[in-house]
Design a protein around this ligand. Structure first.
Ligand code: AP5
Length: 252
């Protein structure tokens, strides 16, 4: 199904500045905690020229701003549980109202439950759009544990992601791209990681089944290199819609 694809045959970089000129493209990234959704979403957003919308980042921003939504979400995030659907859908709906999301979005970490997937369909339907493909990054639970426990993230606005073994920065503790210091996430403590996997994998598999049933699921093996996973995803999206542009300026 290729709802939402641009019908003008132009590549993203050649699109006119008028954001309403081409139909929006919405993709959802599905995968367990640490599967590489954020890493891949950053790269796909560049390639497809649409914003990267991460529900986890939105919650963390709400938390840092001291908003009531942030404090409510914290109660769940700190123990590795999912935030209730109603709160999550409301927050993502607000983000999709921003002007840049008229072009579409790579939704990272949302939907995480079948009710969220249904709510997303309604939200997009009101905008005359739909999910073009659900991109499932398939990674075994043991590897998820390894990835989360070695993850480091930069303090810059784009929060570039590293791994102490598989993707170390060139200078220890410093982001290669924007030079900010790297930090570890509060929920990447071993006990919280175990709860995240136990509580969040079962609903994630239900979301995979949901998109399989609706014919939108694109599953790629997620245990290859970052670059190989990006190629698989871009190749799969190419089959669903127009051929995407190459990823410029991303470090291999
Ligand atoms: P969120 O921030 O979305 O966390 P998550 O889904 O647990 O996913 P992560 O960000 O931990 O991992 P990722 O898949 O993005 O992997 P990454 O690219 O960083 O959510 C946080 C919390 O908010 C949730 O626990 C929940 O409480 C709440 N929440 C968020 N959304 C919600 C929703 N919709 N509903 C309810 N609650 C919600 O990669 C991980 C590591 O692996 C990195 O170090 C990276 O360098 C490395 N890596 C990546 N790819 C590869 C590769 N191919 N090979 C080797 N290493 C790799």
């Amino acid at each position: 199904m290729t709802r939402g694809r641009s019908g003008n045959g132009m590549r993203p970089a050649e699109r006119p500045l008028d954001e309403t000129a081409s139909a929006p493209r919405f993709f959802v990234m599905v995968g367990g905690p640490g599967a590489g959704k954020g890493t891949q979403a950053q790269r796909l957003a560049v390639a497809l020229d649409v914003p990267h919308v991460s529900s986890g980042d939105l919650f963390r921003a709400a938390l840092e701003s001291g908003s009531p939504l942030g404090s409510e979400a914290r109660r769940f995030m700190d123990r590795g549980a999912l935030v209730p659907d109603e709160l999550t859908v409301r927050m993502v709906a607000q983000r999709l109202d921003d002007p840049d999301a008229r072009r579409g979005a790579i939704l990272d970490g949302f939907p995480r439950t079948v009710p969220q997937a249904r709510a997303l369909d309604r939200l997009l339907d009101r905008r005359g759009a739909g999910v073009e493909a659900a991109l499932y990054i398939d990674v075994a639970p043991d590897e998820l544990l390894r990835r989360l426990s070695g993850r480091w993230i930069c303090r810059g606005p784009e929060q570039h992601v590293y791994h102490e073994r598989s993707r170390p920065p060139l200078r220890a503790g410093i982001c290669d791209i924007d030079g900010t210091k790297l930090r570890q996430r509060a929920d990447d403590r071993p006990a919280t990681i175990r709860t995240r996997l136990a509580e969040q994998l079962p609903p994630m598999y239900e979301v995979v089944d949901h998109y399989t049933d609706s014919g939108l699921l694109v599953a790629v093996p997620g245990e290859d290199t970052v670059e190989a996973v990006t190629s698989s995803l871009l190749g799969a999206i190419g089959k669903h819609g127009e051929r995407p542009a190459p990823v410029p300026g991303m470090r291999a």
